[in-house]
Design a protein. Sequence first.
Lengths: 825, 130
Amino acid sequence: MSINNYLKQSSIYNVLATESVVSEDFRSKLSGISKIIIVVLIFVLLFFYFTKNSTGFVKFRNFVDYYDLISRTVGLIFISIGLYLYSHLMNFYFSSTYYFEKITKNKYDKDELYTFSAGRILYAGKKTDILHGFFDSKIGKTIMLRLGIDQKNARFFYNSQKTSRDEEIPKPEAEILKIKDIAKYLYNQKPGFAKFLNDKGITDKEFLGAIEWVIYEIETREYNSQWWRPEALSKIKSLADDWSFGQTFLLDKYSRNLFNDQEVNSEAMSFVSRETEIGQIENALSKSIGTNAMLIGEPGQEKMQVIWSMCRNIRNKNTASALQYKKPLLLMSNVVVSICKDKISLESQIIKIFNEAIKAGNIILIIDNFTELYKYAESLESSFVDLIDPFLSSSLIQVVALVNTSDFHQYFETNKALINNFETVLVRPLNTEEITRIIYSSALESENKYKIFFTYQSVQELAQSANYYFSGGVSSDKAMDLLNEISPWAKRKSYKIIGKNEVLEYIEQKTNIPTSSKISPAEKDKLVNLEKLLSKRVIGQKDAIVAVSNSLRRARTGVRNPNKPIGSFLFLGPTGVGKTETSKALAYVFFGSEDNMMRLDMSEYQMDDAMDKLIGSFTTGKPGVLSNMIREKQYGVLLLDEFEKTNKDVLNLFLQILDEGFFSDMSGQKINTRNIIFIATSNAAAEKIFSMVSGGKNPKNATEEIIEDIVSKGLFRPELINRFDSTIIFRPLEDTDLQQIAKIMLTKVSDRMKEKGLGLEITDTLIDFVVKNGSNKAFGARPMNRFIQDSVEGAVANLILKGDAVPGKIIKFSLDGNNLSAKVS
Amino acid sequence: MEFLKTFLGYLKWHYGKALVTTFKTWRNILFFLFNFFSIKNLLGNFFTPWKRLADNYPKSFSLKIYSLTFLVNTIMRMVGIILRSIVILFGLAIYIIFIIFLPVTLLIWLALPIIILLFIIYGLVLLIFS
């Protein structure tokens, strides 16, 4: 069947045919121009009327046919009114036949085979094909723009495609053909189109996402233009609904009416369903007694989003009968706490608040941050539970308490006296797709305000990045904050179009975490030559350097698993062979400074309080060392020194961190560790490695044997070792390695001396002496630094004090028996 | 032919689906007015004291306080009844005006295509033949 014949089967065809002549733009211009003409001409007529007796006008009348002019003006007004009415009639025609597939999901007539938007594409392609129709239709062009494809690129592809006649009409997934079906058809049946999108880095999921957003935008506009809907009319506040109810003078001091909140009155359509949670609250508030609900969710706005949706339903009279005509007041716990300074005033105020709410008769009391009020009352030695129990257990008042998940577990879960009065309702955390949908409307508002344009990918990236780069808090709040921050930033930077790269650029600026948006030439160079750069500082540990470098390259090119830390390594080897130095070098080379290396001496976390010290404690309220460290620096190297010495609980914590890329602190807040490189060091296998080396065996080739050795000693569980990206064996340093290390250290001393105008001659004799006396089997090169300080730097200091070493002089060391002597030349 | 079919399609909408929408709009507006003047709510609480500003009767009997409370409560009830009556009557008046007005809108709607056509033709006549 041809597209045209298919289209004609539905009554929408006539609307589409009319729209092809009287387009939306045309209607809008017609309405605007005719309105201006009407107003101007009415003023002209009034002017004629009021000045008809003036001398000037009498003269003017001698030149023109006055009555002719008047009737022509009136004629023009009539035509303009006719056209004005026509444009609005047409608007009504299109608006009332519009099929809402996203917002209201209303029923459709049997003869409507396809939705309006699907019809628009098919109609545009009735003389060519669906693909060309997509590109020719306004909606198709908008979708392309939302995907970041400009007109020029789209046109270029369009022209390269041949028209295919007599093609099949896409099969609808549901009873009616939607634009989504057309999109899937184009993507699967037109390889050229799929390739075109893929070449631009656009996936099928993003294509469908952009369509969803465009449909959302159109439908919101159409929906809001339908003033005659009951929901639109019910936004007007009724005259006397609260006349039958009491006043709440005291309560007003501590609370706010949620009907006045912008989120309740906003025109933006809610695209994420909270019906389950709202239904549960409505059921709880409709019970015969104990009409209370406890809404439990992560800290942030998600709980309030549920409440706002519920308030919107109450306002629209689309709610359970027990909630009809009710006024939702948000009791702000922090205000109560700040005003009521002692036990007596707190108790009396709370009783008065509840009594007043009961007397008013129409109050739903929503207690924000219920835990704060509870804890405050407890701190004043007031029994909060006994105080409010008579109210809660009655049927006289409806209460919704908002509680954070961790607080619920800590304070209320086992508190039967309190919890029996509440129905608990859990707020489901949103997934990335839902967060993307939540920010649709705000992104459109930002576009209007800042005159910028968001691509679909940028909005999706905002939702994803909120979780990925920022730890703690609710994802939808973080995504919304990002959106609100990025808009003025883009405006300042004169970015008109915000794509994925701009979002990543902003995040990079904000967090200092390099995002994979673009790798600068300097960084690219660094990544390619990472082994070389690290080898300058780390001597004799080629295998370790290669493993670490590979892992970093994976991270920066986006190949790694985004739900795990950038890298995690277990460095095994004797003391003083470069394990710590590798970590420092990595922080310096890759993260820009050694300051980006955090360090935890795990031997300090052996006792039972280790977990409290690391992630914080419920009882003392003291935050943890690890939580604070990662909150402050979300990107860098974290060195876990002497990892084997910590206790079992801590090892289990790291099992989760290495596996999932986050952990929860004492308050239950998630802390993101996905931008950290974890390096755990241990010299547990040192003896084994020494014995291998002395037996002429290369430890590198016996990693399995070494791991078995430490597992058999019960130091680490095999599953923990397997969580690390790689276990790297550091071999004992050989003399040549030690010589190189000595040379590097002496060069550092020489550099420092140069700043004072002095020179240091680094001879083989000096190097050999340092190696011989500054290193040993047990501690490797670790004592070397100390030795250089004592012998070399000490000698130089003496020469300076004696006045022998003055700027321009060179200091040379020679061997005097078994001692080192310094001379100035 | 195509034009005629499209035009007929429009007329089918104007005198079919749109008419249904018009009736629905009436219903919505009447429902809105009913809610706007809170008529159901006011009738349901017709004798309640004004904004529930009533005193509680004393627990121990005292004729003076008892009669004073009774007086205050009666006054508040009277205030409530008077104000509610005013709003209900005013609301009903508006309601009736709308009910009368709505058939007029129906007539305008039915004649709208012709009205538009007449406006444009009359305007053209004035413009060209004056």
